[in-house]
Design a protein around this ligand. Structure first.
Ligand SMILES: [Fe+2]
Ligand SMILES: [Fe+2]
Length: 280
């Protein structure tokens, strides 16, 4: 049985509703529409992660890994349920975007079907890289993303909860992958290849055109003053996505550096405070 150093994965019971959320629920519409475009993409990607991990859970003979997979599936399952709920509110405003979700789901199924088992297990690692990058940035730069919200809204609370749990399990799929395919140059290269050549381009193509469309629809980009901030946001986010893409070539890595532990602890505390204030 392997001894694995990760954070304990906690299943936090949440129940967010989105019917009374304002059209712009983050610092500005550029960030709001980015998160909405990302939300449309999440249920299909999280379902893919769950399906792949479930298949490998049967094959990996390690009790600790089994527990990790079960706990990760519990977290991702609840994320997908909440995102589906959030997406209903988005699709209520933009029913024309339904086909995007169908297309993403079909694409995920096709890639899963046509990949080798090793390549399939590299998919959750790639998704984990992307979600951890965004989550860490949101938690570390709350003012940039959320603005100076006097009263937190349920959509931003939902975002912070998801970011916290993504940070919590940021390294798990990589641990599982390493267990199934112990270190070799080919195995590490597979992750880098899958991340840089497939999943980062797919994510970029799935999110930014939808964000652009939503920003035209809500008239943000009709105003030329918003063009530069939008370009700046896209550049900043692309940098986040691609940062650390080559770190998987290393034999060993410190998954939880000190600053990330501090960020995680602060996020846990913030989550508890927000939960308590919404309960009262
Ligand atoms: Fe998630
Ligand atoms: Fe995740």
């Amino acid at each position: 049985m392997s001894h694995i150093q990760t954070m304990p994965l906690i299943t936090r019971r949440v129940d967010f509703t989105f019917h009374d959320v304002h059209a712009t629920w983050l610092a500005d519409s550029i960030k709001t529409q980015f998160m909405q475009a990302l939300s449309l993409f999440i249920p299909s990607s999280e379902r893919t992660v769950i399906e792949i991990l479930r298949t490998h859970q049967i094959q990996i003979n390690d009790a600790n890994i089994h527990i990790l997979i079960t706990e990760l599936i519990k977290q991702e399952g609840q994320h997908a349920v909440m995102h589906r709920r959030a997406n209903q509110a988005i699709l209520h405003r933009h029913p024309e975007l339904k086909w995007i979700i169908t297309l993403q789901t079909k694409f995920m199924a096709l890639v899963q079907k046509s990949s080798s088992p090793a390549f399939r297990l590299a998919i959750p690692v790639a998704f984990e890289h992307i979600t951890a990058a965004i989550s860490k940035d949101v938690l570390a730069h709350k003012e940039y993303w959320l603005g100076d919200q006097v009263k937190p809204n349920s959509a931003s609370n939902f975002l912070l909860w998801h970011c916290l749990e993504e940070l919590e399990h940021q390294s798990i799929c990589h641990v599982i992958y390493k267990k199934a395919y112990p270190h070799s140059l080919t195995n590490n290269a597979r992750i880098i290849l899958s991340l840089l050549c497939i999943w980062l381009p797919v994510t970029v193509l799935s999110i930014f055109p939808v964000q652009l469309y939503l920003l035209i629809k809500d008239k943000t980009l009709i105003n030329p003053r918003n063009w530069l901030p939008f370009i700046g946001f896209v550049g900043r986010t692309l940098k986040l996505f691609f940062k650390g893409g080559f770190r998987y070539r290393k034999k060993r890595e410190t998954i939880w550096p000190r600053d990330e532990i501090t960020l995680y602890q602060a996020a846990c505390q913030d989550f508890n405070t927000r939960q308590n204030s919404s309960d009262t």
